[in-house]
Design a protein around this ligand. Structure first.
Ligand SMILES: Cc1cc2nc3c(=O)[nH]c(=O)nc-3n(C[C@H](O)[C@H](O)[C@H](O)COP(=O)(O)O)c2cc1C
Length: 237
């Protein structure tokens, strides 16, 4: 057990208990609750102030974002690839993302299925100089689909799958158990930035919450590390 597994044991217990793999995925899906009206609107007995929607481009973009599960084997070009990764960069010594204590526990990897010059490559994004390192080869989407937890939900072949990897040691060493919360929240920041950029590029995407943790970790070469797989996003057209 690493030092941080000892100082923040509950985060790791929670994490290990929420892992998915080929053995427990069926139970996970069968246990989903599909109750109607799961979300109850909160009503306060007040005189409510009616607000107006903005008319700007940012709002128009946010309005267009939606999940898509149908892909047509489109090839991403380098300009599009650059646009997508720009969401996570650092410019003039400043990251586009906020981070608790500036610890930046999230790193971005991607499996390229149909990307010009990067077919079947695994890449890691270097935020400080806005570049991609090719760190290995990956199988095609059709071979990897079974460990992404999406079953038959996705039709066709997406161009790329982003994986948001957390390094808890960076935050729990400062914040203890609460650092685990920060890490997950920050992963969401990265993903929302990306989804808006994908919308701007007129591409499609959907988040993947069912990735098989250890299988994906192994593919990224992170097997003997404390890294955790937070979420995936597939993107294409
Ligand atoms: C954390 C998270 C995990 C998700 N996981 C999946 C998933 O595994 N498969 C899937 O088809 N959609 C997944 N989604 C997408 C949601 O189903 C989708 O966002 C929701 O139905 C609302 O639809 P919209 O994104 O089109 O507005 C996930 C979304 C989030 C935020």
């Amino acid at each position: 057990m690493s030092k941080n597994r000892n100082t923040s044991p509950l985060f790791y217990v929670y994490w290990d208990n929420s892992k998915l793999n080929e053995k427990n995925i069926i139970k996970y899906i069968n246990d989903f609750s599909y109750e109607e009206n799961d979300i109850r609107k909160i009503e306060y007995p007040t005189n409510d102030l009616k607000l107006v929607y903005p008319k700007d481009n940012l709002y128009k973009l946010m309005k267009k974002r939606q999940s898509s599960r149908l892909y047509n084997d489109y090839q991403l070009n380098v300009k599009q690839l650059s646009s997508l990764f720009s969401c996570f960069t650092q410019v003039d010594n400043h990251r586009l993302l906020s981070s608790a204590g500036g610890k930046y526990p999230i790193e971005v990897y991607a499996l390229c299925f149909n990307v010009k010059n990067f077919n079947n490559k695994i890449v890691y994004y270097n935020y400080s100089d806005n570049s991609l390192s090719i760190i290995g080869n990956c199988q095609d989407w059709d071979s990897l689909k079974s460990i992404t937890g999406v079953g038959d939900a996705i039709t066709g072949r997406p161009s790329i799958m982003f994986v948001f990897v957390g390094f808890p040691d960076r935050v729990v060493s400062k914040y203890g158990e609460r650092g685990g919360r920060f890490l997950l929240i920050e992963s969401g920041h990265y993903i929302q930035n990306l989804l808006l950029r994908i919308t701007y590029e007129k591409l499609k995407a959907v988040e993947l919450g069912g990735l098989f943790d250890d299988d994906i970790k192994n593919i990224l070469g992170l097997k003997n590390t404390n890294a955790i797989i937070t979420l995936g996003v597939i993107c294409g057209k």
